[in-house]
Design a protein. Structure first.
Length: 401
């Protein structure tokens, strides 16, 4: 299964930013080659003269739906490894309308405006500057519209789930709709421009046939059997919910994971573990457990939503106070797969990474070999990453929160 920058917590890292720049440049080049560096062509869709924008958007939607369905069904990628925007109907509908009005008035969207500005078009530069100013204004006045976001619980909704139809059937229906859109916009263009401009009907027929075949082909992909990862035991009382279930978890010690167990799972390459560091960004960059992802406490509900009750979520800080409070809060929100790291980062370093030669008590040979293996795994940087800070803070430096 493919890991992503999102699933490994490296979305804000150097390699991810470099790849974003490369993809952005290639995407801009494709847009320019497609003629989307012209506001006249982009705005032509609103006058039914040039429907290229509709064709590209429909192609992108169908291609993404078919591709993701095939990749997920074959086990190549997991939806848990992909960031999914929370569904907030009111905020997203209003934002879409504002975006559409801006598109009509300016003839650009942020992506195409960047392409136009790179091509030396001054109107694209003006539009892009307005986009930046608008983003700053939105950030400064967010408090005025914050109610649009807080009025709905952040959930992730899929259309096929709402319609209660199997995913493959929905994807096939979307593919057919896309084909119909292609033929409709082709007919519209023929009514508004010179008919002799169009010589691609043969290609449209072939393209439609290929899409239909691929849409039917998703039914032929065998669902790859996923071997369930070993999970921590869950108390029967958990299913009852409420404070009583939460207390039962604590009494049965089902709310935490020991440092040694976490180290064994990570060095074994177990998937489905999201290790979350809730300390400050500065502390995270100074030193953190390998594979950990930095998430501020205020962002936990948004970032963890795609992982709700999927796999294991392990929270840690320097100590245990903040992770315990966060875990209890998430439990009340319905999360049943969140655990805390016993003794926090300080305990992990003392119990898993402290050299055997510096320990006050003799360590059995098998345990010493395991500790040395952990030290190699957690203190050696992955290929291409910056080495860990040579000045790892002393245990006494960490505050116990």
């Amino acid at each position: 299964m493919i890991d992503t920058f999102f699933s490994t917590g490296q979305l804000g890292g150097t390699r991810a930013l470099f790849m974003a720049a490369v993809i952005g440049i290639l995407f801009g080049w494709v847009l320019e080659q497609a003629g989307f560096g012209s506001s006249r062509r982009l705005s032509g869709v609103f006058y039914f003269r040039d429907m290229a924008v509709i064709k590209v958007m429909a192609t992108a939607m169908v291609t993404a739906a078919l591709g993701m369905t095939a990749l997920v069904a074959s086990g190549i990628i997991s939806l848990d490894a992909v960031f999914l925007n929370p569904t907030l109907y009111r905020a997203q509908i209003i934002g879409g309308l504002i975006f559409g009005v801006g598109f009509v008035m300016g003839g650009w969207c942020p992506g195409t405006a960047s392409v136009g500005a790179a091509s030396g078009k001054w109107d694209a530069g003006v539009f892009l500057a307005g986009t930046v100013c608008g983003s700053i204004l939105f950030n400064e006045t967010f408090g005025l519209v914050a109610g649009l976001y807080s009025s709905e619980p952040p959930t992730i909704s899929f259309v096929h789930d709402i319609l209660r139809v199997p995913r493959n059937w929905f994807v096939l229906a979307l593919t057919i709709c896309g084909i119909l859109v292609f033929w409709l916009v082709e007919w519209i263009e023929k009514q508004t421009v010179q008919a002799d401009r169009f010589s691609g009907l043969r290609f449209l027929k072939q393209f439609s046939f290929i899409l239909l075949v691929v849409g039917c082909g998703v039914f032929l992909i065998p669902e790859k059997a996923v071997t369930p990862e070993p999970e921590l035991p869950v108390a029967p009382a958990v299913v009852n919910g409420g404070e009583k279930a939460l207390l039962a978890d604590i009494e049965e010690a089902l709310d935490h994971m020991e440092p040694e167990e976490l180290a064994r799972r990570l060095t074994a390459g177990q998937t489905g573990i999201l290790l979350v560091d809730i300390r400050s960004k500065k502390e995270f960059h100074t030193f953190h457990i390998r594979t950990a992802r930095h998430v501020p406490l205020t962002d936990l509900t948004t970032v963890l939503l795609p992982h709700k009750n999927k796999g294991l979520i392990i929270l840690y800080s320097n100590g245990m106070t903040h992770p315990v409070q966060a875990r209890d809060a998430l439990y009340r929100m319905g999360y049943r797969n969140v655990y805390i790291l016993t003794d926090g980062l300080a305990g992990f370093v003392q119990r898993c990474l402290k050299p055997v030669s510096l320990r006050s008590e003799p360590v059995p040979v098998a345990a010493a070999a395991e500790i040395n293996q952990w030290r190699v795994f957690f203190l050696s940087p992955p290929a291409g990453d910056a080495p860990p800070s040579p000045k790892m803070p002393a245990i006494s430096y960490w505050r116990g929160y």
